[in-house]
Design a binder for this molecule. Structure first.
Ligand code: BMA
Length: 367
């Protein structure tokens, strides 16, 4: 009798184990990425840079190059890429990065342990000559289901879906990434911004975008919500929020507060609102875009960004912080090695809680 019970229990344990193994095996790499980022919460913040591998100050498309690496000795842990122009079938994005190269960079990033995030500044589906920054014409209402340009917009999304579907390793495994559409909607500078659509319309657009990609079979990604700095309460922060079922990364873009002489407190408060909401909903929080163009304040990295990220136990739960691109000497966010802010940048990334690629990789190995 006893023996039978032991055999029955062992059999049960065996099947439970099999189920667990199966479940682990079927877990998407995006789900794994989410777990890893979640584990980083409170331990470290991944440093991110837009277009880091594509070009920098004085160079373009040199294999292995990176301004972050040139100045600080290692690549960023997170890499931002921009899709604007893809929706029109162009071969290069609005900052002249060929999508063929972007695909290769993104795959390299994944294979080398980094994280990819994509922004999208699409042209208007109502008038395809109008960039994201043309704000003299209503667009969102017309591209929603039932709108006059909904079909054109679906064509734009098809292009995005095709590109995302092509992000695969040699074995055909889809690589995970973070998608961050319709950002800074609380500002007035994009056609999906607060001057030209209502919160409900934006939420519908956001939801439609994500669900459409899912329906097209593009599912291996996390979705980030990132309004700009125009909020002082959680309720205001959530004005444009499309829902907990749509969003994985609770983000904020904020350049403004960190360039005001007395803006640090505001920036910290906003990061805390973001983290508190992420904590409440079991999601992760991120400083999705920031930076000081030209880094005109030498100690901006430790005195501003570092100070904000390290302000409290709450802000230390920000899992990544990304600065914008290094276009040229009049538009850049990571200092080149001889720049007056270079030492300070090195001091910033040397802080224990700020992670470049190698630190992120060794953290993951310890999980
Ligand atoms: C802006 C600037 C532009 C660029 C756009 C999209 O912040 O960097 O030069 O075209 O982002 O990447």
């Amino acid at each position: 009798m006893k023996r039978n019970i032991v055999i029955a229990l062992a059999t049960l344990a065996f099947f439970a184990c099999q189920q667990l193994i199966k479940k682990e095996a079927s877990k998407s790499t995006a789900a794994i990425l989410l777990e890893q980022l979640n584990a980083a919460k409170g331990r470290g913040t991944l440093f991110g840079h837009q277009d880091d591998l594509a070009y920098g100050i004085g160079w373009k498309y040199i294999e292995g190059e990176s301004d972050t690496k040139r100045t600080a000795g290692d690549y960023p842990a997170l890499f931002g890429w921009e899709l604007g122009g893809l929706e029109l079938g162009r071969e290069v994005n609005l900052d002249s990065v060929p999508f063929q190269k972007m695909r290769k960079f993104a795959i390299w990033v994944h294979q080398n342990g980094g994280v990819n995030t994509f922004s999208w500044h699409p042209f208007s589906a109502v008038n395809e000559t109008n960039s994201s920054w043309v704000t003299d014409e209503v667009v969102v209402k017309h591209i929603l289901p039932g709108g006059s340009h909904h079909e054109v917009f679906k064509g734009h999304l098809n292009k995005v879906a095709e590109f995302f579907a092509s992000l695969k390793t040699e074995n055909g495994a889809p690589i995970p990434f973070i998608f961050r559409p319709w950002h800074e909607m609380d500002g007035g500078w994009f056609w999906w911004g607060s001057q030209l659509c209502t919160p409900t319309e934006l939420q519908q657009l956001f939801k439609f975008t994500i669900e459409y990609l899912h329906d097209k079979g593009v599912t291996n990604f996390l979705t980030a919500y990132s309004p700009d700095r125009n909020f002082t309460t959680e309720e205001e922060y959530l004005t444009w929020y499309p829902g907990d079922d749509i969003v994985d990364v609770i983000g904020v873009d904020n350049y403004w507060d960190l360039r005001q002489p007395d803006g640090l407190e505001s920036a910290i408060k906003k990061l805390e609102i973001v983290v508190n909401y992420a904590e409440k909903t079991g999601k992760i929080a991120a400083f999705t875009e920031t930076g000081l163009d030209g880094i005109t304040q030498e100690d901006w990295y430790t005195g501003r960004l570092g100070a904000a990220l390290n302000a409290s136990e709450t802000t230390r739960k920000i899992v990544y912080a990304m600065v914008w691109r290094n276009h040229n000497l009049s538009h850049f966010y990571v200092p080149h090695p001889e720049h007056p802010a270079a030492d300070n940048f090195r001091a910033f990334v040397a802080q224990e809680h700020i992670w470049l690629l190698e630190e992120w990789k060794s953290f993951k190995e310890g999980l």
